[in-house]
Design a binder for this molecule. Structure first.
Ligand code: AKB
Length: 334
């Protein structure tokens, strides 16, 4: 790791940021759902201007949607080569280990979520990039107000995932205020889409239930039926990210915003799915680890600052989400 990366000084380039067509690098981009829809959202910048990257082999769908490169966020030199060789101006940093799986391998979660983030922060500073890092409902903990949870309040998460996300929020904001890093961060709710693969999150059930409903008509839920969590359809999530990335600096009174759409319990989403698949049977077998995580997370997000500052509005209600996800899954099964 070059010493220069550790002691930052202003970049030699005085390239304007944000006026020209961005060249976007997305880390952690091999997941089909995220990758193809991110690319879809960004397609008006030109397919070749959005490069997905990961250490995992991408699905054929991802490969066919545009450029994909190998990038390891723990390898600073590799990341720097990619940024320089591809004249990257925006970096969207999705690489992370999620909440439940992070607890199973804390050293690895710390490495990916904290060391990887430090590399990305240094890269963004040195190369004058606009940097997006997602945070999460998991950045809050038992001493945070839960209903609703505002942008600014006590944050004492009890998972390595949450701790690394608060660290990311604070590091990014610090570097913004001290050196002018164009750091932007949205706290995502649980994301629901037809294509999401389970990635070791606490909110995964909200995707798995759709697959089980169509495949067997039975779903065993690892959370209690009344566990309320904020959720969002993936299209709203990508649109929010793009609108936030495009927002001019002067509109942003914060650098880290909550974004909200809907908030539901396993019982409520099952009820909504039953309107289309009346035979769905759900049994509940709470898993202590994931139930404890969920019990310490927000039940509803207050996103009034995002709405006021840069005009954020979700479009998918719970019924819309259910119709869309079931429709896509039925098409895939046909
Ligand atoms: C998880 O469940 O860990 C993630 C999240 C809410 O950040 N989906």
């Amino acid at each position: 790791r070059p010493a220069a990366a550790l002691s930052w000084s202003p970049p030699e380039t005085d390239e304007p940021r944000g006026s020209e067509t961005p060249r976007v690098l997305i880390t952690g981009g091999s997941a089909a759902s995220r990758a193809s829809s991110v690319r879809w959202v960004l397609k008006h910048y030109g397919v070749d201007n959005v490069i997905l990257s990961d250490i995992k082999k991408p699905t054929p769908e991802v490969c066919n949607s545009g450029p994909f490169v190998y990038a390891d966020v723990l390898d600073y030199k590799n990341m720097k080569e990619l940024v320089v060789n591809n004249r990257i101006t925006w970096l969207i940093h999705y690489s992370a280990m999620l909440s439940a799986v992070g607890e199973v391998n804390v050293p690895l979660a710390r490495k990916i979520n904290i060391t990887g983030l430090h590399n990305v922060l240094d890269l963004a500073l040195e190369n004058c990039l606009r940097l997006f890092v997602p945070s999460t409902i998991g950045a809050f903990g038992p001493s945070s107000p839960r209903d609703p949870t505002p942008d600014l309040c006590v944050q004492r998460p009890r998972t390595i995932y949450g701790v690394s996300k608060v660290h990311g929020e604070l590091m990014g904001e610090y570097l913004h205020h001290k050196y002018g890093l164009d750091f932007r961060c949205l706290r995502y709710p649980g994301i629901v889409s037809a294509d999401t693969q389970p990635r070791g999150g606490t909110t995964d059930y909200a995707v798995q239930i759709f697959h089980a409903a169509l495949a067997t008509g039975h779903f065993e839920c690892y959370l209690r039926p009344d566990t309320r969590l904020p959720m969002m359809h993936i299209s709203d999530c990508h649109r929010a990210t793009l609108e936030f990335m495009q927002a001019p600096d002067w509109q942003l009174s914060l650098r880290t915003y909550n974004i909200a759409a809907v908030s539901f319990t396993p019982e409520e989403v099952a009820e909504e799915i039953r309107k289309h698949l009346p035979h769905l049977r759900v049994t509940y077998n709470p898993d202590l680890a994931r139930q404890t995580i969920a019990d310490n997370w927000p039940m509803r997000f207050d996103d009034s600052n995002a709405r006021r500052d840069w005009g954020w509005r979700p479009t998918y209600s719970l019924p819309d989400m259910v119709v869309d996800v079931l429709g896509v899954l039925r098409e895939q099964r046909a």
